[in-house]
Design a protein around this ligand. Structure first.
Ligand code: SF4
Length: 131
């Protein structure tokens, strides 16, 4: 179930959580945002496996944020396939970060940039406290 506050606006976060460095940046950005009270993470794997509850949660949210590591766009494609309409979208490589094998260290600068982009997208929602 998506999170909800007094404004009644729900925001869910889907991330590719890919094995590459940029996939791990995408995942960490979603983790951080959720910890900051901005949206609730839902499992993209649940969408990919056609989990009906997960799909319903996505479809029932007011804002559906997708974060992909690269232009292969696994999050975007999985949501499209499940007919979950995405309202906001960020691709890590689109922000100037290069995709490469993950070395175990998540690029904090990249994470912050992704978070900033999503906060910009959600500006009015964040400002109203309705995430
Ligand atoms: S979008 Fe790119 S980084 Fe993310 S899972 Fe797909 S191929 Fe991997």
């Amino acid at each position: 179930m998506a999170n909800e506050c007094c404004s009644g606006t729900t925001t869910v976060l889907f991330t590719c959580s890919g094995a590459a460095n940029v996939g791990q940046v995408a995942n960490q950005a979603a983790v951080d945002l959720q910890q900051e009270g901005i949206g609730k993470m839902l499992c993209l794997a649940g969408i990919g496996s056609h989990n009906s509850g997960m799909i319903a949660s996505g479809k029932g949210a007011d804002r559906v944020v997708g974060i992909d590591g690269c232009t292969v766009a696994c999050t975007k494609k999985a949501l499209e396939h499940a007919e979950v309409p995405m309202t906001d979208y960020v691709v890590v490589t689109g922000l100037g970060f290069k995709k490469q094998a993950h070395d175990g260290v998540v690029d904090k600068e990249a994470v912050e940039k992704v978070k900033d982009e999503i906060k910009k997208c959600l500006g009015p929602v964040v400002a109203s406290g309705g995430t």
